[in-house]
Design a protein around this ligand. Structure first.
Ligand code: GLY
Length: 572
């Protein structure tokens, strides 16, 4: 992975597009879409941000200098990511925002996609009841009703600047273009056959010759969509021309989203999950994400054990953490779903008594096969991206947002220029049938019109003595809550700084399949030791792309962006 990516573009090209006319971006400004580099860590006094793309992080810092706060930066950055990080940044997806404003109010905004009005429980099964994964993962039928634009407008009351201003950098980047990174060039080349297959109109991401790092991606149709949102607010997306283009696209591919579905979509306020871990307050996102419950369960299950003594990356600590992960995911499969459709026994799932009981059969010497671990008994529910932001006023924002798979359904709305999600795959299409992430579910997460599919996203805030301490989160499907859990333990128990907590190798168990996904970087002795205890290990390329900001004892923000991608920090 290159730590420094410098993109240089021919001066003649820069001249042609007339940088001097740009309001926000250009060689005379801090945000130059044609020459930029990654910054993986930093220490700042006024604000800090970490996101998946250097241009997005830089825009976040500039917005703050223009008088905005962390919420302003969050809105502008999410919009910029929809332009410069089409892998997961989006207008056509959804997500969750967890924030704390300077008065200490906790804000949890659910802008998760929902199932269209015509969705049915068995819509991804053929007439023999066999799952049709192709339909839930790619193309027009895999799309849930997008929530991102509604989520941004729900965030606006906490910001200081106007939406018209906050959307400007994204419009300029879409209109004038930006230099793509090496990873993006590789993605566009690799995915060309799929882009061709799942699109009905020409799209900006396909060209005749191969893409290479430094090529300029210009997205005029996306710029027009952003301008309609600038002019008409949420109606610029959920009604009028954008909505008509979206529905026309869906109809061309035999999808089922209607104009009424779009008009009726609403972002919802939720009540954050608050739990204690070794004196810290950990705030997480509640259902329809499973992320907050799982992180809280994991921390509570390991708290009685001396993790500090065990140390990072030892057999003892990994075994304990894996066994907790296995048990939390068994609960996810049975009990978690959209709380507006399914009674999630949240209080019990988070109670100390229940979680102590879950670990009763923990054997410190060997793995517990998942077939012996069932969901707990309760009497009576990659590709994503994360933004972390903190400012000196005391505002904290943690947003995880997604199209689900890399580039979502791979379908771009013809004439509107943005990718649509394939979030319908996050529902359980049939009890016991795994989704894209291998996660299983049942009735709690079955498809129903208007219902929100269960997520694993876990935007997280941590307070110390009631004051801001840390903002963190990551993409990674089902690995999200286990990565967040490990970063908290890494900082609190193992004393790691932000950079190490983000970059140290991670591991993941999700009950089924009964295996541990493990990143490169653990020693052969540790791997063999775990196998001797009964674990099946599966080496994976990378787990998550985390963004973390933590307050140092001197009050400065220590910020880290993941080594695993183009992620970058900014601040001042
Ligand atoms: N689409 C991944 C998640 O929401 O967990």
């Amino acid at each position: 992975m290159k730590n420094k990516l410098i993109i240089l573009v021919a001066a003649s090209f820069i001249h042609t597009i007339g940088l001097a006319q740009l309001q926000w971006l250009g060689s005379g400004k801090k945000v130059d879409p044609f020459h930029y580099s990654q910054k993986k860590e930093g220490s700042f006094s006024m604000m800090a941000i970490a996101s998946a793309h250097p241009l997005a992080s830089s825009v976040g810092a500039e917005i703050m200098k223009e008088g905005g706060n962390a919420f302003d930066a969050a809105i502008a950055v999410q919009l910029v990511l929809a332009v410069v990080y089409p892998d997961a940044g989006n207008l056509g997806g959804g997500g969750f925002l967890l924030g704390r404003n300077k008065s200490g109010d906790i804000i949890a905004i659910d802008f998760r996609e929902s199932a269209p009005g015509l969705a049915t429980k068995d819509m991804y099964l053929d007439k023999n009841g066999a799952p049709q994964h192709e339909l839930s993962v790619n193309g027009h039928l895999s799309v849930g009703i997008p929530g991102t634009v509604a989520g941004l407008f729900k965030t606006l009351p906490y910001a200081k600047l106007s939406f018209e201003k906050l959307i400007e950098p994204a419009i300029e980047l879409a209109e004038k273009g930006f230099a793509i990174t090496e990873i993006q060039a590789k993605d566009f080349n690799e995915l060309k056959p799929e882009f061709l297959k799942y699109n009905t109109q020409p799209i900006a991401f396909i060209k005749n010759t191969d893409w290479k790092a430094g090529d300029i991606l210009v997205q005029p149709e996306l710029a027009e969509t952003l301008k309609r949102i600038q002019l008409y607010g949420p109606k610029g997306f959920y009604e009028g021309k954008t909505a008509e283009l979206l529905v026309a696209e869906i109809n061309r591919g035999n999808g089922i989203i209607s104009l009424t579905d779009l008009k009726n979509y609403e972002a919802k306020m939720r009540v954050a999950i608050s739990s204690k871990y070794r004196g810290y307050t950990v705030l997480g996102f509640p259902p329809p994400s499973s992320g907050g419950i799982i992180v809280s369960q994991l921390l509570t299950m390991v708290e009685p054990y001396p993790l500090k003594k065990y140390g990072y990356g030892t057999i003892q600590s990994m075994h304990l953490m894996i066994e907790a992960e296995r048990r939390a995911f068994a609960d996810r499969a049975k009990y978690m779903g959209d709380p507006d459709f399914w009674k999630v026994p949240q209080k019990t799932l988070l109670s100390n008594a229940y979680l102590t009981n879950r670990m009763k059969d923990f054997d410190p010497l060997k793995a517990s096969p998942s077939k012996n671990i069932q969901p707990g008994e309760i009497p009576e529910s990659d590709q994503t991206t994360h933004i972390s932001i903190m400012d000196a006023e005391g505002n904290m924002v943690s947003i995880t947002t997604t199209l689900n798979n890399r580039y979502g359904s791979k379908t771009v709305v013809g004439g509107a220029g943005f990718f649509l999600n394939d979030e319908m795959d996050d529902f359980s299409m049939k009890p016991g049938v795994p989704n894209l992430y291998g996660a299983v579910g049942g009735a709690a997460n079955a498809i129903a019109p208007g219902k929100r599919m269960l997520s694993s996203m876990a935007p997280t805030l941590i307070l110390k003595n009631g004051n801001p301490f840390c903002v963190l989160g990551t993409p990674g499907g089902t690995t999200i809550p286990t990565s967040v859990f490990q970063m908290i333990v890494d900082m609190v128990d193992f004393g790691m700084n932000a950079t190490d907590a983000v970059n140290k190798p991670k591991f993941h168990h999700q009950w089924l399949p009964d295996e541990v996904k493990i990143e490169k970087g653990f020693s052969v002795e540790i791997e063999q030791g775990l196998e001797n205890m009964g674990y099946k290990l599966r080496l994976v390329g990378g787990i998550g792309r985390s963004e973390l900001i933590k307050i140092l004892p001197d009050g400065k923000f220590e910020v880290a962006a993941d080594r695993r991608g183009d992620d970058s920090v900014a601040g001042y």
